[in-house]
Design a protein around this ligand. Structure first.
Ligand code: ZN
Ligand code: ZN
Length: 279
């Protein structure tokens, strides 16, 4: 399984010299199975560059999963160029809300007067599949969902192929249980022994005095989760829109120090745009 991050910025896309390392695009992950199936998680602004890359490659079939409906995870969708080609084929796996929520959610992004092209005018062939809450597969990749602790709910996922796994939990607040969310121990169980955990680590302990209940995690809780779940690699995600590169580097340093103090050999880093993983 190969994974590429096309955007890790939280809440709002940003640009400027202070954001060069971690990047300015909002959430979009690409997962490639060993059979070259393409699974896209979320359509933040990073999906624009992914769409362009898929067009260059001539890749016609893609699978979509969404974590939730907040703007920063959807707003790039109309700029995904394969939508406007009849030869494109899109498989929508209806997570996390089931029924026809994916269509409803995307129709709201693509509707005049907010956007000139309607969702129904997309040229690509779209297939729908009810996926959550049970485990499902895309080619050789087994995908398990878990409810997020986040305002308005959502879903995290574990991707498993060939005995290797990645858990993606963004917009998940470990220190506060939102409606529909799970307890800390449930997330520990879900992440147990995973090769790569990518988790929302938006806030510092100083921020968290003010931001508790806003739907994002304080990095100390994330490191605690990584230790208790015995993960191999920890990627810090959903970088706050006001967090400069040196500020984010400082968070990574703090997390590494906590890991070292606990004698844990977990590879910890901030997830930059364009970072790739080979599992
Ligand atoms: Zn978000
Ligand atoms: Zn959110």
């Amino acid at each position: 399984m190969r994974i590429k991050c096309w955007g890790s910025r939280g809440s709002l896309s940003v640009c400027g010299p202070e954001y060069q390392k971690y990047g300015g695009d909002t959430t979009c992950l690409e997962i490639r199975s060993r059979q070259d199936d393409v699974i896209i998680v979320d359509a933040g602004t990073g999906i624009r560059r992914l769409g362009n890359a898929l067009m260059r490659e001539g890749k016609k079939q893609v699978h979509f999963l969404f974590t939730h409906a907040h703007w920063d995870h959807l707003i790039g969708f109309p700029f995904f160029k394969p939508l406007y080609h009849e030869s494109s084929e899109i498989f929508m796996h209806r997570c996390p809300f089931g029924n026809n929520f994916v269509e409803t959610m995307l129709s709201k992004v693509m509707t005049p007067p907010y956007f000139p092209i309607r969702y129904n005018d997309i040229k690509a062939k779209i297939h729908y599949d009810d996926a959550c809450p049970l485990e499902f597969t895309v080619g050789p990749v087994a995908i398990s969902p878990i409810p997020l602790s986040h305002p308005n709910r959502g879903s995290g996922y574990r991707f498993m192929e060939n005995g290797r796994s990645m858990v993606f939990l963004t917009d998940n607040e470990l220190g506060y249980r939102h409606e529909g969310g799970m307890a800390f121990d449930d997330y520990v169980q879900f992440c147990r022994n995973t090769d790569l955990l990518i988790h929302d680590a938006e806030y510092t302990p100083d921020d968290y005095v003010q931001t508790r209940g806003w739907g994002h995690s304080c990095y100390t809780d994330v490191v605690d989760l990584a230790i208790r779940a015995n993960v191999r690699q920890l990627g810090l995600f959903h970088v706050n829109q006001d967090r400069s590169d040196p500020d984010m580097d400082a968070i990574v340093d703090q997390c590494r120090q906590i890991l070292k103090a606990n004698n844990r050999d977990i590879d910890c880093f901030g997830v930059e745009s364009n970072r790739e993983f080979n599992l």
